[in-house]
Design a protein around this ligand. Sequence first.
Ligand code: CA
Ligand code: CA
Length: 237
Amino acid sequence: MARTIMLASAALLAVALVAGLFLGNAAPARATSRCADFDGDGRVTVSDIFQVVQRFGQTPKFPGWDPAYDLNGNGVVDIGDVFATVQQFGRPCAPPGSTIPFEKIENVRIRVPESPPIGLVIARSEEEWAAISDDPAPVDFNLEIVVGVYGHFSMSGHMLQIDRIEKGFEGATVYATHYVPGPTCIVPQVLSTELHLVRVPRGFWLTAGPDGPLELLLKTVEVDCGSDFWVAATPSS
Ligand SMILES: [Ca+2]
Ligand SMILES: [Ca+2]
């Protein structure tokens, strides 16, 4: 039985490798700066290719969906993701502990784009800051940059939170969570804009530095309004 599964996996892997190599040019994956090191051993190996192949066809509707495997961000683990993993084969990834520290910026107003509805806003210089805010810059751009995750919603009760920022080959990936009010929540139907703005030190970036690409990887969590989390997260005023 185990042997059958192993053979089936090997066959699937071979098909994926061949398909990835031959179809890659026909359906190129969107460039990603994210490393395909799914098992976290610091390098893209056969094990990582196996992992993405095993999740082939999964979408956000699949229980246990993990957007980390959707490297090209099209909402399905597809041949583009397998190809992107194969392309990175053998490459070293940022070592464990490559998380970039950040600090929340409170009480600052900025202008965020209308689209996409949820996205990243970045200021790397005084000029870029001046373009999004009339307030004084909350950071010294010689030492830090500003990164934010924003979202426009048709009802209140949504929350956005940056969980961690990790170095990639060229830039970094911003892992964030979108907390969505669940069916047990009673929230007003009013337009709201949410923002989690943070300062990120320049010294922690890899070769491309803070000018490298930043990619948003958003996980969605439905909130049970009866939970302790919701009580803790909701301002008491
Ligand atoms: Ca790996
Ligand atoms: Ca994909």
